[in-house]
Structures are given as C-alpha cells and as structure tokens.
Design a protein around this ligand. Structure first.
Ligand SMILES: Cc1cc2nc3c(=O)[nH]c(=O)nc-3n(C[C@H](O)[C@H](O)[C@H](O)COP(=O)(O)OP(=O)(O)OC[C@H]3O[C@@H](n4cnc5c(N)ncnc54)[C@H](O)[C@@H]3O)c2cc1C
Length: 359
C-alpha cells in the first residue's frame, strides 16, 4: 500500500498563469489557505481579452449529466455565496435557469435533480411568453441557479488580491513556456520563475503552453436591448436554454446594468486558433442565430453588439479537464462551456493538492 503523502505544514509558493476567473479564484483560495501566490497575465488584471471578461455567465446547479455532476455544481454554487461575502459585492442574480426539455423525456432531468436534492419545478411555455420554446417541450426551472455578474467578479477578485500581502499580481507579463518536469515558468523577458505548484489557467490559450489535446470552440454572442414593452418582463426573467425551434439556443437576461445576451449551439464551431478571430465576419453567424432565436419577435430588439468568444473542451469527453502535466504543474487544459461557474471547484482542487502535500 502506498504511503499517504506528507501533509504540508508550511506556506507554499504558487504561480498561476492567467488571470481569468480560474486563475483569480484559485489565487484567492490559495491566499486564504495561507500560501504565497503570484499571478501572471500577459494583459491587464483583469484582462478584457480573457474569455471570462463578459457582462454575465450562467450558473446552473441542475446538470443534464446526472446527479454527481449536479452535486458538484451545488458545491460550486455554495462557494459563490461564500465569495460574495468575502469580496463584499453582489456577484449573483438569483433569477433561476429554465431549460426547455422534451415533455416525454422530463424524468431524465427531474430524477437526477431529486436524487441530488436540487429544487426544480416545471413551467409551462405560456408563462414565459417572450421565450421561444421548441415544439412539444416544457420548461424545467432550476431555482437555485442564475446569472453571475462576470466582470464584477473579476474586478472584485483582482481588488481583493491586490490588497493581500501574500499575493503578487504581475500584469503584462506573458509566459512563453513551461518546463513541466522542473516546474520552471519562462516569462517573455527571459526570466525563469519556479514554485512549489504552478497552475496553467490561460483559458483557451493554455493549450499553447502545455497539456493534453483539447478542442477549441468559437461561438458568436449577440447583445440586445429589449423593446420598451418587454423591458420590465426581462428584468425578472430567468436565464434559459434549449430554446428556439431547434432547441439549441439560449438567452441570458439583462439586469444589474447588463444587456440581454443570446446565442446558440448552432453557431458554435471548432477552430484551429484564436488568432484569426478579429478578422472573421460575425454577421453570417448572427444571421444563423436569428434563423432559430431563443426569443419571440427578435426584429423588435435592438442589436447593441455581436462578439465571438472561445472555450476549450477535452478531446475525449467533450467536457472540462484539469490535468497534472508535471510533478508540480497543473493545467486547466479545458474549461468547457461551464468553466466560469465551475471555477471555484478548480480552486478547491488546487488548495486540496497543496494541503495533501502532493505538489
Ligand atoms: C459563448 C460562451 C458562453 C459561455 N457561457 C458560459 C456560462 O454561461 N457559464 C459558464 O460557467 N461558463 C460559460 N462559458 C465558459 C467560460 O466563459 C470559460 O470557461 C471561462 O471564462 C474560462 O475562464 P479561464 O479563467 O479559465 O480563462 P480566461 O478567462 O480566458 O483567462 C485566461 C487568461 O490567461 C491569460 N493568458 C493567456 N495566455 C497567456 C500567457 N501565455 N501568459 C500569461 N497570460 C496568459 C489571458 O490574458 C487571460 O486573462 C462560456 C464560454 C463561451 C465561449
């Protein structure tokens, strides 16, 4: 039987590459656990170019992947509540998330919810008149879910870290390579820096530094202002998925100064690189989204912006992936499509690794 790893009694030195939500929340977790943390980002901290930097992101507790995945997201939701208290800022709009689901397959979604103890209720499409439900579907409302105010999260975490004596933030400090065996991180000016644990949390760009193969996805999002007669309805509306005539579209409601955002799996595509993104014309993708939108009367809404965004998924499972790529090097190789809301779970895992003395 293998000996249990020695428990770490002293503060570890932790280097985190990337100051998106994963890097920032992991830095918060490590600092709270008493470790010394350095966060490197090639841009500002927070960086408007990161994939986390958006008005909002959805947090679901109910996962269509079953009861275990649902329990994990309940734990993440709990962490977000604690973060709100720690950071002293409201980060979450508890509006719920409704998923349109085929009526005859309702039990597939509600059974894991009951098993994991998540509060759900079914809602009839006519009660949510501005949402476009697919034919023969009904809604499953995940009541503890809602919308995370993403930019606010990043700014609040960065402020907290900047004020913490054991944390060093190094903006405009691009990492050009990592030696997975020694754990040495190479910075653009030639400096090499090491640590007891290194986390690569460079979002869709992590794959350029290290880690197992992942698939890069690009998705177009359209930001809208509702017409005046629907504005009040939207202020109370839940986030929603499984919408549109094809059941692939989703909507994130406006509120707390944010716009309404819509997109669809139908406008998600696999790409080789993020580099050609600015040159890509988003208009054809926005038109494709408009062909099966998540809401009714789209022509009455004002388009404020159209933006692409990237995320990566595990090449084998299609989901997220946190991998150990060297004795002391961990890689958030794939964030998956729920990487923002799941970021506290990565932070917990890294803190556990340090506690177990396994890095
Ligand atoms: C269209 C779309 C919708 C989404 N909706 C949701 C949602 O509703 N809910 C949800 O939970 N998730 C959602 N996601 C996923 C989520 O946005 C991401 O998983 C998450 O934001 C990733 O955060 P991150 O911190 O890992 O990476 P990022 O936020 O991308 O941060 C990576 C950081 O690393 C820095 N960096 C990169 N390379 C280097 C380098 N070489 N040296 C130094 N720094 C570097 C970057 O500047 C950046 O600041 C969505 C994604 C997309 C594309």
């Amino acid at each position: 039987m293998a000996a249990a790893p020695a428990r770490r009694r002293t503060a570890a030195a932790v280097v985190i590459v990337g100051a998106g939500v994963t890097g920032l929340l992991t830095a918060v977790g490590c600092a709270l656990a008493g470790h010394r943390v350095t966060v490197l980002d090639r841009g500002a901290i927070p960086n408007p170019q990161s994939s986390s930097f958006d008005q909002h992101r959805v947090i679901r507790t109910l996962s269509p992947d079953g009861a275990d995945a649902t329990r994990r997201m309940i734990a993440a939701r709990h962490r977000w509540r604690e973060l709100e208290t720690l950071l002293g800022t409201r980060l979450h709009r508890p509006v719920g998330v409704v998923t349109a689901w085929p009526r005859e397959r309702l039990a597939e979604l509600t059974a894991p919810a009951a098993e994991a103890g998540v509060r759900v209720r079914t809602v009839e499409p006519w009660t949510l008149p501005h949402l476009e439900f697919p034919p023969d579907s009904t809604g499953v409302m995940d009541e503890a879910a809602g919308v995370l105010l993403a930019e606010r999260v990043l700014h609040a975490a960065a402020r907290w870290l900047a004020a913490h004596p054991a944390v060093t933030l190094r903006p405009y400090c691009a990492v050009t390579g990592i030696d997975a065996d020694s754990g040495k991180v190479r910075v653009a000016d030639g400096e090499r820096t090491g640590a007891d644990l290194v986390l690569l949390a460079a979002g869709p760009w992590t794959r350029e530094l290290a880690g197992p193969p992942v698939v890069l996805h690009r998705q177009t999002m359209v930001y809208l202002r509702p017409p005046p007669d629907a504005a009040r309805w939207w202020e109370q509306a839940p986030a929603a998925g499984g919408l549109g005539t094809d059941g692939r579209a989703w909507a994130v409601p406006p509120g707390a100064g944010t716009l309404l955002k819509i997109s669809s799996d139908a406008v998600r595509r696999e790409v080789d690189t993020t580099a050609d993104c600015e040159a890509e014309d988003q208009a054809p993708w926005a038109e494709r989204l408009a062909a099966a939108p998540p809401l009714t009367g789209l022509h009455r809404y004002t388009v404020v912006a159209v933006k692409p965004c990237h995320y990566t998924s595990d090449a084998d499972t299609g989901g997220p992936l946190l991998a150990r790529v060297g004795p002391a090097v961990w890689s958030r190789a794939a964030c998956g499509g729920s990487g923002f809301s799941a970021a506290p779970l990565v932070a917990d895992r890294i803190v556990d690794v340090l506690r177990e003395g396994a890095a």
